[in-house]
Design a protein around this ligand. Structure first.
Ligand code: HAM
Length: 441
C-alpha cells in the first residue's frame, strides 16, 4: 500500500532478451553443447595438453600487440572499455595472446618444452550477427609453445580432427597452407602489394592492399577474384626452410591418413600466423563454415615481450560444431541430462523422508530429483513422467510406517516394493525383475 492508502500500481516490465548476437544454450541443446566442449577438452588432455584458466578480460594492449592492429578483430570488433580506474581493458576476442601472456608471466617457458596447454570458454567479437556468427562465441583451444617441429603442427591438426570425429562429425574438410615466416614473407608481401596496386581496385580494397595485402586474396567478390587470379602466392615464395617444414607437415598428414586440401589463398583473421595455417570447414553451415582453425605463430611471444619462442595451436568453435552436428543429424551418445530416479512423496512426513532419500541417492552417485510443492499422487507422477527419469520412487504415509517404498520402472511400467534403504532401492532401480507385473501406483 502507498501512504495514500491506495494500492500501488505494479509496474509491468517488458521481458528482456539476451544481448544481440549472444546465444543461450538451454536444455536439451545445452547437453550437446556441454558434451562437445567436454569431449574436445578430454581429447586435448589425452594428447598431454594441460588446462589453463585465463581471465575473460585483459589489458587492451595485449590484443593490439598480439593479434595485430590491422586485423578486423582488433580494429573493429573488440569490446573495449575503461574500467573504474580508467584502465583500458578488453573482453578477450581470442585465446592465444592471453595464453602467451600467462606463459611469460608465470615462467612456464623456462621449464620443459613444448609447453602444452588447453583452454575453453567464451570469447567476444563485435561482429555482424548471423547464423553461426555470434558476438559471444565459445572455443576450446590448445597451444604448444617452444618447439619448432613440423611434427608438432601435425599433432595439433590431428588432434583437431580427432576432436571432431570423437563427437561424430564427418562432413567437414581440412584446408591447409603455409604463410611463410619473417625470412620470406616480407619480400612476398611486397611483390603481392605491387601486383595488387597495379589493378583497378576500388578505394576500400586498395586501402586493404596497402595495410594487409594478403587479405585481398580472400575477397569473395567474383570481380576481385578474377582480377587476382594470377596474383603471386605465398606457397610459391617460401624459403627453403619453410618449404621443407610444410612438406613434412603434408607428408605426415598423409601417413596418418588425414585428408586435406591445400588452399594457397587462405587468410586467417589474426596477424600472428607464420608457416602452417589450417582451417576446418563444414559445408552444412552456410556462410559461417569455419568450425575451427589455427596455425603456427613463431613471432608472437617475442612480440608481447617474451623470449623468441615458436608456437602452434588451434581454436575449435563449439557453437559451430553444435550447429554442424545438428546439420548432420548426429546425436552425441550418452548425452542425457535426465535424472535416473524421481521421488514422489505423498504427505508431509513422506516428503521429508524423500528429501533425505534423494540426498542419499546423490551421495551414492545416482542422479535424483523429487516432486516439490506438496503435489498429490497424480500431479507428482506426472512430474516423474515429464522429468524423463527411468524410475519413480513412490512413498506414501503407509509405506513410510512399514519401512517400504515402491520403485516403479517408468519405461516398462513394472513396479516392486522394497525396504526403504538406499542400497535396496538402487538394486531395484537397476536390476530388472521379470517376475514383476506392470502395475498401477
Ligand atoms: P579463429 O579462426 O579466429 O582463431 O577462431 C577459431 C574458431 O572460432 C573459428 O573457426 C570458428 O569456429 C569460431 N568462431 C570465431 N568467430 C566466431 C563467431 N563470431 N561466432 C561463432 N564462432 C566463431 C582463433 O581464435 C585463434 N586464437 C585460434 C588459434 C589458437 N590459433 C593458434 N592457436
Amino acid at each position: 500500500m502507498s501512504n495514500t492508502g491506495q494500492p500501488e500500481k505494479t509496474e509491468k516490465f517488458q521481458p528482456l532478451s539476451a544481448p544481440k548476437g549472444v546465444p543461450d544454450y538451454v536444455p536439451p541443446t545445452s547437453a550437446t553443447f556441454h558434451a562437445v566442449r567436454s569431449e574436445f577438452v578430454r581429447q586435448a588432455q589425452l594428447a598431454g595438453y594441460q588446462h589453463i584458466e585465463l581471465p575473460i578480460f585483459e589489458d587492451t594492449t595485449l590484443f593490439a600487440r598480439g593479434v595485430g592492429e590491422s586485423t578486423d578483430v582488433v580494429s573493429k570488433e573488440m569490446y573495449t572499455f575503461a574500467d573504474r580506474g580508467d584502465r583500458s581493458v578488453t573482453l578477450r576476442p581470442e585465446g592465444t595472446a592471453g595464453v602467451m601472456r600467462a606463459v611469460i608471466e608465470h615462467n612456464l617457458d623456462r621449464g620443459q618444452l613444448p609447453v602444452k596447454l588447453n583452454y575453453y570458454g567464451p570469447f567476444f567479437r563485435y561482429e555482424r550477427p548471423q547464423a553461426g556468427r555470434y558476438r559471444q562465441l565459445q572455443q576450446v583451444g590448445v597451444e604448444a609453445i617452444g618447439v619448432d617441429d613440423p611434427l608438432l603442427d601435425v599433432e595439433v591438426i590431428a588432434l583437431a580432427d580427432r576432436c571432431y570425429r570423437a563427437v561424430g562429425l564427418t562432413g567437414y574438410r581440412l584446408e591447409l597452407t603455409s604463410l611463410g615466416d619473417s625470412t620470406c614473407r616480407p619480400a612476398y608481401r611486397q611483390k603481392l602489394q605491387d601486383f595488387l596496386l597495379d589493378l583497378p581496385l576500388d578505394e576500400e580494397t586498395r586501402h586493404r592492399a596497402q595495410i594487409n595485402p594478403l587479405r585481398v586474396l580472400d575477397d569473395k567478390r567474383p570481380e576481385v577474384q578474377e582480377m587476382t587470379a594470377d596474383a603471386p602466392l605465398m606457397l610459391d615464395h617460401l624459403s627453403d626452410e619453410c618449404r621443407a617444414h610444410f612438406e613434412t607437415v603434408t607428408g605426415s598428414l598423409d601417413d596418418l591418413g588425414i585428408a586435406y586440401t591445400i588452399n594457397p589463398r587462405m587468410v586467417r583473421g589474426l596477424d600472428y600466423y607464420t608457416k602452417t595455417c589450417f582451417e576446418f570447414v563444414h559445408d552444412g553451415l552456410g556462410a559461417q563454415s569455419g568450425i575451427g582453425g589455427g596455425g603456427r605463430y613463431d613471432g608472437l611471444m617475442a612480440q608481447i615481450g617474451g623470449q623468441d619462442l615458436s608456437g602452434i595451436g588451434f581454436g575449435l568453435g563449439v557453437d559451430r560444431t553444435v550447429l554442424a552436428l545438428e546439420a548432420e543429424g548426429v546425436q552425441i551418445e550418452g548425452v542425457d541430462q535426465r535424472v535416473v530416479a524421481y521421488g514422489v512423496g505423498i504427505g508431509e512426513q513422506a516428503q521429508k523422508r524423500m528429501a533425505l532419500l534423494i540426498d542419499e541417492l546423490r551421495a551414492n552417485g545416482i542422479s535424483a530429483d523429487m516432486s516439490y510443492g506438496g503435489r498429490g499422487l497424480k500431479g507428482a507422477m506426472k512430474g516423474a513422467d515429464r522429468s524423463g527419469a527411468g524410475a519413480a520412487l513412490v512413498l506414501g504415509e503407509r509405506e513410510l510406517e512399514a519401512g517400504e517404498i515402491t520403485v516403479k520402472n517408468l519405461e516398462d511400467q513394472t513396479q516392486k516394493t522394497v525396504a526403504l534403504d538406499v542400497h535396496e532401492i538402487i538394486d531395484a532401480i537397476f536390476i530388472p525383475d521379470d517376475a514383476n507385473e506392470p502395475g498401477e501406483v
